[in-house]
Ligand binder design. Structure first.
Ligand code: SAM
Length: 246
């Protein structure tokens, strides 16, 4: 149940500094700022904004694989289950602690990855400002097979509008599932949405995007499907430019 979940009133109310402490803006002695403050957030400001959201991140396989590949980008996992969120948060802490700049200078420090507990079907715009994100991952979402349960799916026309709001033009929604019916459902909803156009895996790879390959291999569910020699259905959608105001 998500009754105990609390949400920020707006993105500026989020305590980003406690999630990404290495990015907290240092207060110079003279009171001026030489680092650019981007995310005000509650408490301390941080120097970057979260750009990538992994929605329903589960045990965080994708997060931990992406973090070293995109070391300059802040990545956030969002997960509804308390124990699973805590597992990811503990792992983030452990990976950060393992990294000591003096002895492990060449390894990644995992300061750019974090995880929060949230029901992403509610209040996504309370976490992110308009056009904040460059990538959203929807990896192996729960299929909710029965017709009367379809409303619990994390893709719908309405949710596509929320994803479009938080995603910048040119940004990408990545989806993967082993359930063909859910794949068709996700493709159907994003394709009919005016803010999205489908983009092929090959086109993304040509643009130097490493994410589809990582998503296929590194999610826990992706590994399970691999072991069972199942099918994986991938579909990606690019956020279109908004039409000019009349
Ligand atoms: N993405 C991971 C992967 O590919 O291995 C986990 C996939 S698992 C089948 C689906 C996950 O989504 C579960 O961990 C579940 O708790 C989470 N989830 C389902 N509905 C959610 C929601 N509304 N908000 C956040 N997380 C959700």
């Amino acid at each position: 149940s998500d009754h105990s979940l609390t949400y920020p009133k707006c993105p500026a109310d989020m305590d980003w500094a406690s999630l990404y402490p290495a990015y907290v803006v240092e207060e110079p002695q003279d009171g001026s700022h030489d680092q650019k403050e981007i995310s005000e957030g509650k408490g301390n400001a941080i120097t970057k904004q979260v750009e990538i959201a992994d929605i329903g991140c589960g045990f965080g396989g994708l997060l931990f694989a992406l973090a070293p590949k995109l070391p300059d980008t802040l990545i956030l996992g969002m997960e509804i289950r308390t124990s699973v969120t805590e597992y990811v948060q503990d792992k983030v802490r452990a990976l950060r602690a393992q990294h000591t700049p003096t002895t492990n200078a060449s390894t990644h420090d995992f300061q750019n990855v974090s995880c929060i507990r949230a029901n992403t079907m509610k209040f996504l715009p309370n976490f992110f400002t308009r056009a904040q994100l460059s990538k959203i991952f929807l990896c192996f979402p729960d299929p909710h097979f029965k017709q009367r349960k379809h409303k619990a799916r994390i893709v719908s026309y309405t949710l596509a509008s929320e994803y479009a709001y938080v995603l910048r033009p040119g940004g990408i929604v990545y989806t993967i599932t082993d359930v063909e019916d859910l794949h068709n459902w996700m493709v159907g909803h994003f394709e009919k949405h005016p803010s999205f156009e489908m983009v092929g895996e090959e086109e993304l790879e040509k643009e130097g995007d490493v994410c589809v390959g990582i998503m296929r291999k590194e999610t826990e569910e992706g590994k399970k499907v691999e072991r069972n020699k199942g099918m994986k259905f991938v579909a990606c959608f690019r956020r279109a430019e908004d039409p000019p105001w009349p």
